[in-house]
Ligand binder design. Structure first.
Ligand SMILES: Nc1ncnc2c1ncn2[C@@H]1O[C@H](COP(=O)(O)OP(=O)(O)OP(=O)(O)O)[C@@H](O)[C@H]1O
Ligand SMILES: [Mg+2]
Length: 272
């Protein structure tokens, strides 16, 4: 099944009296269970695109279906908001309860579980995101990383089919970043579709598929080796390559074939 099927997707947003064109002619398909990284410069339309994918923005033209639902219909957009969850950049902005326990309980509210099963499920989710010891803490006292884990917990409570992380690790320290990344990878391995918005070169290089937005258009959609080693796009966009890719380019210039070029540090270590 296709999780996302966009054809010639166009979005304009209201800016005072005018309508500002934000996305133009986006064609992208994402299969259920895929991990796709989405990148592009500040203001290129990444957040606008993912808000369109979960029904917060309404496409101005073109077609978009999400989990098989046509997003021109308001009912379908409302249904998709639950199935496609966003985890935002700012850890402050996304909790509804005053404790992690309450926050997860809100997500489970509409499932009609008997109280004892509901408490078990809340405990299970808090454990999965590593917050069982903070179940009754005031959310205002949680660290940024803990809040992001709680946000992922809410996605689990809602049984989201797809989770979109909008630069969700950009405000975290390296340990917090690793926690969230590992949590996301674990969910992906157990079948959740993941769209991972990032500006970090090493996160891009480790993604099986990368979509690059520029000026509201899709500039690239494909594998990381082609993007980093033969497309020329990273240079034309002024990206500073990850150290592993710099080494890989050197090897490429020495005649190494594309399929052997490293994308991650472990791959580089193995080569050397
Ligand atoms: N609600 C809105 N109303 C009008 N214009 C908007 C709105 N939201 C975003 N825009 C405009 O749409 C364009 C794309 O913004 P968007 O936030 O999608 O970019 P982004 O790629 O997510 O950027 P960043 O990397 O900074 O998060 C920008 O020019 C922005 O000013
Ligand atoms: Mg953004």
């Amino acid at each position: 099944m296709k999780m996302i099927r966009a054809h010639n997707l166009t979005l304009s947003l209201r800016d005072g009296q005018r309508r500002l064109p934000v996305l133009q002619g986006i064609d992208i398909h994402i299969k259920q269970g895929e991990w796709v990284a989405l990148t592009g410069a500040n203001g290129c339309g990444k957040t606008s695109l993912i808000r369109t994918f979960n029904g917060l923005n309404t496409p101005s033209a073109g077609s978009l279906s999400v989990a098989g639902l046509d997003m021109r219909s308001p009912q379908n957009r409302a249904a998709v908001k639950q199935r496609v969850q966003l985890v935002f950049q700012n850890p402050e902005a996304q909790t509804v309860g005053s404790t992690p326990f309450e926050d997860i309980a809100f997500g489970l509210e509409n499932r009609g579980l008997p109280r004892n099963l509901m408490i078990m499920r809340i405990r299970e989710i808090l454990q999965q995101v590593g917050l069982d010891h903070k179940a009754e803490a005031d959310v205002a006292t949680l660290s940024g990383g803990e809040r992001q884990r709680l946000a992922v917990g809410s996605c689990l409570a809602l049984e989201a089919d797809m989770i979109i992380f909008d630069e969700a690790t950009s405000m975290l320290d390296p340990a917090g970043r690793r926690d969230i990344t590992e949590l996301a990878q674990g969910l992906w391995r157990s079948g959740t579709t993941v769209l991972w918005v990032t500006q970090r070169m090493e996160e891009l290089a480790e993604s099986p598929r990368i979509a690059v937005l520029g000026g509201g258009q899709l500039l690239y959609d494909g594998d990381p080796r082609t993007l980093f080693y033969t497309s020329g796009l990273p240079d034309s966009l002024g990206w500073v390559p990850a150290p592993v890719v710099s080494v890989g380019r050197l090897l490429h210039s020495q005649g190494w074939p594309l399929h052997l070029l490293p994308l991650t540090e472990p791959q580089l270590e193995e080569l050397l």
